[in-house]
Structures are given as C-alpha cells and as structure tokens.
Write a protein of this length. Structure first.
Length: 94
C-alpha cells in the first residue's frame, strides 16, 4: 500500500481497482499527470476512459500519459478519440 501526503496528513493512496465514480477516477489520474507521475496516472485514466469512453478530457490526459511514457501509437489513438469528442478543444488540437 502506498502513502501520499495530502493536507499534511498521510493516508493510503487510492487504488484504481476500487470502484470510484468517473470524476474522482479521472481527477486522480489528471493530478498524477500534473505532478509528473504518468505511470501512476495511467491505471486511473484508463479506468476513466472505460467508465466514460466519450470523455474528451479523459482521453486527452490518457494520451498525455502515454506520450510521456513513449507509447506513441497508443497516445495518438487517445488524442484522436479526444479530438473526436471535442473537435474545437485547443488543448486536444495542439
């Protein structure tokens, strides 16, 4: 079990295997990406995309994690799904 610092208190880090609603699962993955932890982010983002395949942001952040980990082909597919869901989203198009 891993522990993370949150509000100066140590607590068990959530596992992607626990049944979390989409928004919580997505936000945990996004925060790991923002903190430069793509390997930790992927299980959460993959689950978020399974829970809501039409989520442009979830697909975009999944693409970001895959790109950072040099999984280029998979990243391209995730970015393509993000663009399909949000064709006018500047982040997905850049």
């Amino acid at each position: 079990m891993s522990y993370e610092l949150n509000s100066f208190l140590f607590h068990p880090a959530p596992s992607p295997r626990i049944s979390l609603p989409f928004e919580i699962t997505f936000q945990i993955g996004r925060l790991h990406i923002d903190q430069g932890q793509p390997a930790k982010a992927l299980p959460f983002l993959e689950k978020a995309v399974r829970l809501r395949p039409t989520s442009g942001p979830a697909n975009f952040y999944l693409g970001e994690g895959l790109r950072i980990l040099d999984r280029t082909e998979e990243a391209i597919r995730a970015y393509q799904r993000a663009i399909k869901q949000n064709p006018n989203d500047a982040a997905s198009l850049s």
